[in-house]
Design a protein around this ligand. Sequence first.
Ligand SMILES: [Zn+2]
Length: 279
Amino acid sequence: MPELGDGRLRLEHECRGHWPYDRGCDDCVQSRERTPARRGHKHETPHSLAVAFLSAAGKHWKVLVLLMVHTGMAGTVVCGGDKERDVASVLNEIGVGGLSVEVATDNEAALKSLVERGLAASSARGYHWRNISEARPQAKGIERAVCIMKEGIYANWLALERHCNARIALESPLLGYLVGHVHKTYNAYCEGKAGSTPLERLREKRGGQAPRSYPFGAVGFLKPIHPSKWPGQRLVLCHFLGMRYSTGGSCLGYPFSVDAEGYREVIKGHFQTEGASPV
Ligand SMILES: [Zn+2]
């Protein structure tokens, strides 16, 4: 699928989910044209979680955006169906574990209900609500995070279409994985003004082991977590659908070709590339 013929830097930029924004990258530039101007934010409040909904592809996709204001760790969950476990998993990933968080939100019932159920299932110690209209830094932060996630979704989406040389249908479940890829690569690779990534701020240290990632949709081999479902195949040729968490470890893939057993659930394992090189 991906041609990857545009040089090492280009590849690294795509592996990092198009973070940080690159004015030399057509996908990044076009994505910014599609989103309103965003502003910076200065003030930060400890242990504050800000939440909002984002609409992408017209109103076709509704995405919950979660932001830990003090670290800048961002999370996204595509809405639809019962998503409280997904929300809990992303909340844990962005660092609510053991914390008592103040949640800044408007009073939209669907938003509060989804976040409330997610928090209850997460490893947060506790939480209380704060109206976003009274919380300036949180309001600015989440407004900016919504724009940033939107830009990331479009940049990676445009790049995927360019690699496939085809339009991807709005109904494609691929977008759900792409949205996850966007927040995970953002947390892992997007350096802010101070030169640190959200993941480094969460860990309170710079450098260290950066997780491995690849361009969304890249083709490579995955080692299945459940080998019994893949008899006779130690490695399975897959499309890369993103890391499981911002911290890396394992990743998601979609089997490249159908076999006698048909398409099976997405396997999780270790991505071993043929053509693409990791960052
Ligand atoms: Zn880019």
